[in-house]
Write a protein that binds this ligand. Sequence first.
Ligand code: CDP
Ligand code: CDP
Length: 207
Amino acid sequence: EIRALTVAIDGPAAAGKGTVAKAVAAHFGFAHLDTGLLYRAVAAKTLTGMDPETAARGLAPADLEDPTLRNPDVAQEASKVAVIPAVRAALVRFQRSFATRAGGAVLDGRDIGTVICPDAPVKLFVTASPEVRAQRRFAELTGKGIEVTYESVLEDVHQRDLRDMSRDQAPLKPADDAKQIDTTEMAIEDAIAAAVALVEAKQAERS
Ligand code: CDP
Ligand code: CDP
């Protein structure tokens, strides 16, 4: 199958990775994995007192359905457990097997193009200014009835960006061959169109 391929999408918090990933997957009929959910699901368990490595090793599909995973306190805890090498190691195999499924896959996260799928034919690094990202996440959370202030969301974004970029293992950074998309002043539709065009170009190159 020439059309099926792996698309790796990375970037900082609330840059639009998930939205672009979901749309690209739907467009091409590929499967989509939000890898941040894995770290959030581990975090939800450690917040109840479980050991992080035990939580990561025992992760089950049902754990990803927990409606509290979107909460800001879980996001903060996720970036803390994501620093632990044994936690990251426990999640690698699932992500790689998802990425190499026959029908094509789109994965979004922090280390997809650099660590999980370094051979992915299409890599995107989606960014936007911290203020714009915080504004979008604030609107999203408020829309879901989660009570937050803009200032607290901006602080969460700053802290997680810093922790994600400065950790030793799998730090957040663009892969050398990633195409950067800055969505600060770009409508989400344009970001999706750019991503779709990139996949189509790679498909044409391969056929
Ligand atoms: O997955 P990630 O955390 O990078 O971000 P997201 O959940 O896809 O996007 C965060 C929020 O920003 C969502 O509500 C998107 O609809 C919104 N967004 C936007 O309004 N304009 C963009 N260019 C990108 C994202
Ligand atoms: O949606 P948002 O971008 O705000 O966060 P997320 O993608 O759900 O990720 C939550 C946290 O998990 C991040 O701040 C990272 O610390 C961690 N993460 C990671 O280390 N590696 C990944 N591939 C995905 C997420």
